[in-house]
Design a protein around this ligand. Structure first.
Ligand SMILES: Cc1cc2nc3c(=O)[nH]c(=O)nc-3n(C[C@H](O)[C@H](O)[C@H](O)COP(=O)(O)OP(=O)(O)OC[C@H]3O[C@@H](n4cnc5c(N)ncnc54)[C@H](O)[C@@H]3O)c2cc1C
Length: 353
């Protein structure tokens, strides 16, 4: 049994920052994540994309933000159960919770913070009969490392921002980029649509519309896709390629958390945002993208704010009746659980003569 003060479900940016804020209150955290690495959407969906709205970072890659968050919370020695999905929760007589994963790992804590983001997210897969047998053999639904496409022939399918943005990005990396969409119109930002048009005119992107990939050809890996194009008459042809990347978005699913007796609205957990982001079950909080309340914004900085307030409420549950006086880190310094101490240099006060 893994025991901790705050059990965090989801090691995305919100979960990671919770560790830091809890650490300032001397509370220990353990995180569970279904993915094999920390970072949530930032590391799984868009690690190489720049983010522009993180306070004090005019620009930071999503993957670098994850690294910084891990570095910031390291001193509070969080525990991790990675690659396992939180499946069940049981309330104990002493008020604590036991959360068990799909692999049977048990965790016990007086406070549970659900920072599950979009939930266990699954890419929407096109209905192509043999696509499953080519997964990780040239078929990818999420671009994690664009370098693997360097000097390769890539076919991207989709009509949204992801398909447009990656076609633009990979046109400088891959040997050949083909973008296939079943309509002539795209649903992306106008800028991106115009950029794709410009790259098409320069011969850097092959645009095939309205068309659909019907089949994948290859022995042990993707060698070509079979495309059906319906301009005036339907015609089928093959495009030779090394990678086929269907980017049809992700279908977010709350997964097992949806059966925990929590109030759910539009696939998100309802919380008390006037106070502390607690759910309808006392002791269980929901923070970050996973929660909903009037005016909710699914942004990283909102998750950070929610995590900070939630930790104050967790402190009261774990230390009933004990008063906590907020101190600035510049004044109190930080005592890491690993024995380190960070302290601002003592201010030199100049005497007034
Ligand atoms: C392409 C893209 C670009 C974006 N750009 C920006 C931007 O510029 N600025 C911005 O502020 N936001 C941006 N966002 C949104 C931002 O990524 C999210 O707001 C942020 O990731 C939410 O963080 P989170 O920690 O709440 O959830 P997530 O990052 O979704 O992490 C949740 C984690 O919980 C895990 N999990 C869920 N259920 C379980 C379970 N039952 N058991 C175990 N683990 C579980 C998941 O595996 C996941 O790792 C962007 C999103 C996308 C997709």
């Amino acid at each position: 049994m893994i025991k901790t003060d705050i059990l965090i479900i989801g090691a995305g940016p919100t979960g990671l920052f919770t560790v830091f804020e809890a650490g300032l209150l001397k509370l220990k955290c353990h995180l569970i994540d279904a993915l094999p690495q920390a970072g949530g959407q930032c590391s799984e969906i868009y690690p190489k994309k720049p983010i522009y709205d993180i306070p004090a970072y005019p620009e930071i890659l999503a993957g670098d933000l994850t690294e910084k968050l891990l570095e910031q919370c390291k001193q509070f020695e969080p525990g991790f159960t990675l690659g396992e999905r939180a499946e069940t929760i049981e309330k104990q007589e002493d008020g604590s919770f036991i959360v068990t994963t799909n692999r049977g790992t048990k965790h016990q804590a007086p406070v549970v913070a659900i920072a599950g983001g979009l939930g266990s997210f699954e890419p929407r897969k096109p209905l192509i009969d043999n696509i499953l047998s080519f997964e990780d053999k040239g078929v990818e639904y999420i671009i994690k490392n664009p370098e693997i496409y360097r000097n390769k022939r890539v076919v991207i399918a989709g009509g949204g921002d992801s398909a447009l943005d990656w076609s633009i990005f990979l046109s400088d990396v891959a040997k050949e980029v083909t973008l296939i969409h079943r309509r002539n119109e795209f649903r992306g930002h106008l800028d991106s649509v115009e950029k794709v048009q410009e790259l098409k005119n320069k011969g850097k992107i092959n645009l095939v519309t309205p068309a659909e990939v019907m089949n994948i050809v290859g022995h042990h890996k993707v060698e070509a896709v079979v495309v059906s194009q319906s301009q005036h008459i339907e015609k089928e042809f093959e495009i030779e390629c090394d990678h086929f990347i269907p980017l049809f978005g992700l279908s977010p699913k709350l997964g097992p958390i949806a059966n925990w007796g929590l109030e759910i609205e539009k696939n998100a957990i309802k919380v008390n945002n006037a106070l502390d982001y607690q759910t309808n079950i006392p002791g269980i909080f929901a923070i970050g993208d996973v929660n909903t309340y009037p005016g909710k914004l699914k942004l990283i900085l909102c998750g950070f704010h929610e995590a900070t307030l939630m930790c104050q409420a967790a402190y009261q549950i774990i230390n009933p009746g004990k008063k906590y006086v907020l101190k600035y880190t510049t004044v109190s310094g930080i005592d890491g659980f690993d024995g380190t101490r960070k302290e601002a240099p003592k201010a030199v006060v100049k005497a007034i003569e």
